[in-house]
Design a protein around this ligand. Sequence first.
Ligand code: SAM
Ligand code: SF4
Length: 334
Amino acid sequence: MEDPFGHLISYLRVSITDRCNERCQYCMPHEEQEWLKRDDILSYEEILRVVRVGASLGISKVRVTGGEPLTRRNVNWFMEELGKIDGINDIGISTNGTLLAKENKEGITHADALKKAGVRTVNVSLDTLDDAEYAKTTGRDLLPDAIAGIDAAREVGFEKIKINTVLMRHRNEHELWDMIEFARERDLLLRFIELMPVSTTQVLNEDNFLPSGEARKLIEFRLGKLVPRPDIRTNGPAGYYEVPGTGQIIGFIGAMTNLHFCENCNKLRLTCEGKLRPCLGSHLEFDMREVLRDEAMTDKDVAKFFLNVVARKPEMHEFRENYQPGRKMIAIGG
Ligand code: SAM
Ligand code: SF4
């Protein structure tokens, strides 16, 4: 699938729930969360059908996200089924990590079950190593569980474990090198991510925004000049650098300040209630659930739907144009 700007679409990010066991300030609004009704959420079978059709059109990578994906029941069955789809050769999951070391109902840890299901990469969100700051940012006192989850993931030996750290001024700017050290000791790929206006919450304002360029300077002040490594690419928009002395690679994802951010975009998003979104930073979304639940519609119609959405993919996100999200990140799927 190719969009009008020459982006080849091969990556589908799938949110399987809007629910979460944490309450991150930048993701969820303060007020009481109203969860979607169960019927409004796509069933696993519906999602698998979307991925199957997507795979026939060139999707080869799927990342499962949420909300917190590990809070949805039978998630491991779903991951196993994903792995059986022809053409899907790269499966990842984004998680806050707090449940990775916990046992599922088969008596094995989620980390173990994900590995057995064929998951290749695990992205764990971790913004701070300070208990009080963690509790403040996530609304839950679960830092030890998140770290235990990361260690459980390391033990089972995923191909790649990435740590995603959202940059926030006054919150974790004095901890950036501790995060780097934490990742180095555990051989994890750390990426710093700029705060994006993708949620209807109060913390998403300029006071809390820490540009990735400034974060880089802060790190360089402590650790020496970072060496750009344009030769290193993952399946996304991160720019990578080498830490002098140790050779450790760290990444920066600057959706707000990197003007080339969208150039190599290869992604579509499926929200948990079945909206297909061509871009995180655009209001465009298209209701695929209607098609999936209409018995008269065949896989050919689902394929046509995919192609129509790809044809509407914008050239770049609208975050820099005073973008006002109509929906919260947790409901879109990060
Ligand atoms: N619960 C899982 C987790 O926390 O990794 C998966 C879903 S979460 C929405 C996916 C990613 O989006 C996390 O890394 C989180 O830090 C990031 N995120 C959420 N809101 C954000 C925002 N306003 N700006 C930047 N990143 C955000
Ligand atoms: Fe939950 Fe992840 Fe959003 Fe935090 S960022 S509230 S862990 S979905």
